[in-house]
Design a protein around this ligand. Structure first.
Ligand code: SF4
Length: 224
């Protein structure tokens, strides 16, 4: 598929999903909060991520305190999010790296290019491309499109990325074919579409607003 054709399809898809689900509102949160929030969300439900985030905020008065009290207490505090040992390790590494002798902060990212900021974040063990892209997209307002499980699945079915593309490859392809001004809204809309319509096991193709634009890669007639 040629680039121009892909971009036209992307615009059509974004527009249809926008009509179906409404415009996506752009959140602006502190980049360090966003990073830790996204680490907590790895491999768990939104509910458990939110519960872990609330206990974290109740247990500690600041990110410095989290660093002072170490891994064991942090693991206990965020246990509800699952994989607590790994997530606690990533959070502590992120806090150490972002402290640099002072209070933990990722404000320095604002002075970096997209590529530099992605490199800075993914150099923290446990922080992958998707997590780093969430920080750039949601906190810094950068035109970077994070690829989570819903975006990955839906864009493969739509044929926007190769069927066998890893999330990292999907990230590269989507950031090439999705116009910068649509990356944030398309990310939000594809997640909503993946949750409500293009579900992993039971996609509701017959009523889908994208049906005439979708080759339904990887699905058979009995899947919907
Ligand atoms: S037609 Fe089916 S596979 Fe394609 S986007 Fe819609 S729900 Fe997903």
């Amino acid at each position: 598929m040629k680039m121009g054709t892909s971009r036209q399809r992307v615009r059509q898809i974004e527009s249809r999903l926008g009509e179906r689900y409404g415009a996506a509102e752009k959140p602006r949160v502190d980049p360090l909060d966003e990073l830790i929030h996204t680490v907590l969300s790895q491999n768990t439900s939104d509910t458990n991520r939110d519960r872990a985030w609330s206990s974290l905020r109740e247990e500690y008065g600041s990110w410095e305190e989290v660093l002072e009290h170490g891994a064991e207490r942090l693991e206990r505090t965020i246990r509800v999010a699952g994989l607590a040992q790994g997530k606690a390790g990533t959070i502590l590494r992120a806090l150490r790296r972002s402290s640099d002798g002072g209070s933990p902060s990722l404000e320095r990212l604002r002075n970096m290019s997209d590529e530099e900021a992605l490199d800075y974040l993914t150099a923290i063990k446990g922080v992958g491309t998707k997590t780093a892209a969430c920080v750039l997209c949601f906190s810094l307002g950068r035109p970077v499109m994070p690829v989570d499980t819903h975006v990955h699945r839906v864009t493969r079915r739509l044929g926007l990325v190769p069927d066998r593309a890893t999330p990292e490859r999907a990230h590269e392809v989507l950031n090439e074919i999705v116009p910068p001004e649509l990356r944030f809204s398309l990310h939000i809309l594809l997640i909503r579409h993946g949750r409500e319509t293009c579900r992993a096991r039971t996609p509701a193709c017959p009523g889908c607003v994208l049906l005439d634009l979708c080759p339904r890669v990887g699905l058979t007639d009995t899947d919907a």
